[in-house]
Design a protein around this ligand. Structure first.
Ligand SMILES: [Zn+2]
Ligand SMILES: [Zn+2]
Length: 220
């Protein structure tokens, strides 16, 4: 079996890497660029699209952050379209956003130092209708403080996958979500040749939620 290479960048030092090498590259760059602080411990966690492994990120997360703050970061970076519900599943325990009317699940305001350990894996889902499925793995515990809001910093991310127009093969920029055939991705030119309503199209964005519901990316 040939293994796919999923290219990306370590954002500390802005160096090229791949999904497989990203953890070691992040540690190398942290060591080079920043001072270790023996009073600080942070989790290094990789998230990826469960069915779209070409989308991946590594977050540096303060040791006692909450699942809620991680959920908020995932929404900001990758997921948020219309405030859908989300859910973490970790070792058979479920932690959900919003009110749980059945009382079966825990809330997300739990601190992760009570749950996380190096090597731990889990799942995150966003939107119980048009669901985006993510998995994550705790890669390491390191002596560096995250720089960023809520004690969470994005330190590595995949490069935008090369998505091509279904008609002509040029770089695609638009998605037609109401697709009825194989025609799904479009360049501007091919899109304009059709009678589709531009308002109904979605942009191609660097997220496992690209093309789903009303997702337009974090900079739209
Ligand atoms: Zn939505
Ligand atoms: Zn085209």
């Amino acid at each position: 079996m040939t293994q796919q290479t999923y290219k990306g960048h370590c954002l500390i030092g802005d160096v090229e890497t791949t999904k497989r090498k990203a953890k070691n590259e992040c540690i190398r760059q942290l060591t080079k660029e920043r001072d270790a602080d023996s009073n600080t411990e942070s989790w290094m966690v990789m998230f990826q699209g469960r069915y779209k492994p070409e989308y991946w990120i590594i977050l540096l997360i303060k040791k006692d952050a909450t699942l809620k703050s991680i959920d908020r970061t995932l929404r900001d970076l990758w997921l948020e379209c219309c405030d859908h519900l989300s859910l973490f599943t970790i070792c058979g325990h479920r932690f959900r956003s919003g009110q749980d009317w059945d009382g079966e699940d825990d809330q997300m305001d739990v601190k992760i130092n009570r749950i996380f350990a190096v090597g731990l894996t889990g799942e995150h889902i966003y939107d119980f209708g048009s669901t985006t499925y993510l998995t994550f793995k705790v890669l390491d515990l390191v002596l560096y403080e995250p720089r960023g809001l809520n004690g969470i910093e994005l330190i590595a991310q995949n490069d935008q996958p090369d998505i091509r127009c279904s008609v002509c093969g040029q770089k695609a920029t638009l998605i037609w979500p109401e697709y009825t055939s194989d025609e799904f991705f479009f360049c501007q030119e091919c899109f304009e040749e059709r009678d589709y309503d531009e308002e109904m199209s979605l942009p191609v964005v660097n997220s496992p939620r690209s093309g789903v519901c009303g997702y337009c990316g974090d900079d739209w």
